[in-house]
Each structure stands twice: as structure tokens, then as C-alpha cells.
Design a protein around this ligand. Structure first.
Ligand code: ZN
Ligand code: ZN
Length: 341
């Protein structure tokens, strides 16, 4: 069978691998769809803080085989979404609500998310990280559950009041999901900032808010207006951390900056701590999602409250997964999804 492999020299290709052998307490799925995430791109082309040899973690598929521990007819043929990691829910971090920092919160699929067949480990099965997809939900829509869940987890870390204004740096798929959530939660104004004209055009068409080219002086005008009309919340959905300086300038007093995009390893930015202190700015970070947010994301997609189909611009057969990754890296696509047909 075919699987995408990332080698230690950071080259990657779709190779033939032996079909994985199933243990008693494992489940085998046939890949339905797997999204390409910004963190996959960072992992391959950048210098990720959390490097992984696994490319692809937004996984849906059909259960085709179960280990001898399970009743066959109860599982086989079911269409599922897989949250590829699960916390222990018992340790110091988990008890404090930092489940994604749990030592057990590791990738638990084999050989990876972009493979024709994938083994789901005992750990994620035991911790209920496999979710049945509603009949109405396509594999592609299901693959958007994970990125949306990550945004929901980030959103929970901020204090948002209806009619607050939100500014988002980076209008890739995550930025757009955040804009959709912000609209849903009743933001009075949403500013969508990017330097990529493709993305800005796409965002304009989606009518999500005021699209601003980050390279123009338009952004400076925000810092000149009355402080109460400056953004209450700024979401950094890009790995370009230089925007944090701008964020500190234009956030309102007492506002919150949420760092969602992954800063590459060793990145340092010169920031004015006095401004952070005197403006009483809250800076929050967020990483991944737990099954709680997965459940919420699944529900929002199911009831079409968040229409993820609007974001999926490109579908690639697994045989073209290398193109998908390269095109996503060049930002020629908004959201690329690998499908297995
Ligand atoms: Zn992701
Ligand atoms: Zn734990």
C-alpha cells in the first residue's frame, strides 16, 4: 500500500510500504480523507518546535478490520473521524486543564495520516478518540473537525463578549475558521489581515469581514482610532511572529492576543514589555484540541453552523499527495485535502 513518508533529511515521498499488521486491541481503517495542515508544512519545510515524523493528522476513514478483542460486526464498515492523540485525563497537567501538555498526548496512528490504510492504536481507542461520522457528513468535511476543534480550544482561552471586535493575522484555513467562529459568536467587526493577495481575494468573496493587506498602511490607521474601537481580540494564525509587535500596538487596552500559529524553533521577537504591562495586554497560546472540542466541532459542522466546504478549495488523490503539500506550501490553495478513491 501507499504511504507518505518524511525522511530524516526532510525530503518526503509517497512510497510502497507493507500493509500494517493488526494487534488484538487495534483497529484498521481505510483512509477516507486527510487534511493538509499548516503544522505539516512547518514540520516539513520549517523548523518545528514539535517535530513529528507523521505527516497528516486530520483523518477520516472507514473501519475495515478490528483486532480480536472487538466484536467485528459492531465496528466494521463504520465511517469515522480519528483524533490521533488522547490525554490520560489523570495526570497533573490533565487535572489542571492542560490536557494537550499531557505526556501521553502523542501521535497514535501508524504509519501516519497520509496512508491508504491506517492502524489506530489501543491508546486512542481506549480513550474514545474515534468518532462515528454522521451519514450526512462527507470524509472531507470530517477532516475539518480537527482544525476547527483546535480553533474552538483557542477561543475558550479568551474572554469574548458579544459585539467585541476581532482582528486575525493570517487568513489561511485556520484564520478563516476563526473568522467564521467570530461571526458565529457575534463579533461586531472582523478584520482579516494577510499579505497574500490570493487569500485576501478569497476572504473578500466569503464576506467574512474587512480584508486588510498587511503590507499597506491601512493597519496603522487602526492604532490611530479611538482606543475603544481597537480590536478586543487579536488572533495570530500565521507562523510569522513579527506580527506580534503590530498586535501590541493595535490591540485595545486590556485586550487579548491569542497565538495560534506555530512560532518556529528559536524565533525571537523584540517586543516592548512596558507596552504589554501598561496596556494590560493578555497573551495566550493554544495547541491542539481534546475530544471535548472535537465533539463540539463535529456538531457545528454537522448542523452546518460552520460550513467547512467553503474552505476546501483543493482535493488531491493520495497518489498526488506530494503536489498537495507543495502547493499548500506555496500558498496556492486555501485548504487541500487528500482523498483516497
Ligand atoms: Zn491540523
Ligand atoms: Zn495526562
Amino acid at each position: 500500500m501507499k504511504a507518505l513518508k518524511l525522511f530524516s533529511d526532510k525530503t518526503f515521498s509517497l512510497i510502497d510500504v507493507e500493509e500494517p499488521r493488526l494487534k488484538d486491541k487495534e483497529i484498521l481503517i481505510n483512509l477516507g480523507a486527510c487534511g493538509i495542515c499548516g503544522s505539516d508544512i512547518g514540520n516539513i519545510f520549517g523548523n518545528s518546535c514539535k517535530p513529528s515524523i507523521n505527516i497528516g493528522h486530520e483523518v477520516t476513514g472507514t473501519i475495515i478490520k478490528v483486532g480480536s478483542n472487538f466484536k467485528k460486526n459492531k465496528f466494521e464498515g463504520k465511517r469515522v473521524f480519528v483524533n490521533i492523540h488522547a490525554p490520560c485525563n489523570n495526570c497533573y497537567y490533565c487535572i489542571h486543564g492542560n490536557e494537550t501538555m499531557c505526556e501521553k498526548f502523542l501521535d497514535n496512528i501508524f504509519p501516519g495520516g497520509i496512508a491508504e490504510k491506517i492502524i489506530l492504536s489501543e491508546w486512542i481507542i481506549k480513550n474514545k478518540s474515534i468518532f462515528e461520522l454522521p451519514d450526512s457528513m462527507s470524509f472531507e468535511e470530517g477532516a475539518m473537525i480537527e482544525p476547527l476543534a483546535c480553533c474552538i480550544r483557542g477561543w475558550k482561552k479568551i474572554s469574548f463578549i458579544k459585539n467585541d471586535s476581532v482582528l486575525i493575522f493570517g487568513i489561511g484555513p485556520i484564520g478563516i475558521l476563526f473568522a467564521m467562529l467570530a461571526k458565529n459568536y457575534g463579533a461586531s467587526q472582523i478584520y482579516c489581515v494577510d499579505i497574500n493577495q490570493n487569500r485576501l481575494n478569497f476572504c473578500k468573496k466569503m464576506n467574512l469581514g474587512i480584508c486588510v493587506n498587511g503590507n499597506t498602511s491601512e493597519l496603522n490607521r487602526l492604532s490611530e482610532v479611538d482606543n475603544k474601537r481597537q480590536p478586543d481580540l487579536i488572533i495570530i494564525a500565521t507562523s510569522d511572529m513579527t506580527v506580534i509587535k503590530k498586535s501590541i500596538d493595535i490591540i485595545r487596552n486590556g485586550g487579548t492576543i491569542l497565538i495560534f500559529g506555530e512560532p518556529q524553533k528559536g524565533i525571537k521577537v523584540n517586543i516592548d514589555l512596558n507596552k504589554i504591562y501598561s496596556k494590560e495586554i493578555n497573551i495566550k497560546t493554544t495547541y491542539a484540541a481534546t475530544n471535548k472540542e472535537i465533539q463540539e466541532a463535529l456538531h457545528l459542522i454537522k448542523i452546518k453552523e460552520i460550513d467547512v466546504n467553503k474552505i476546501i478549495t483543493h482535493r488531491y488523490n493520495i497518489t498526488h499527495s506530494k503536489d498537495a503539500i507543495e502547493n499548500a506550501h506555496r500558498r496556492e490553495v486555501i485548504k487541500a485535502i487528500i482523498i483516497n478513491k
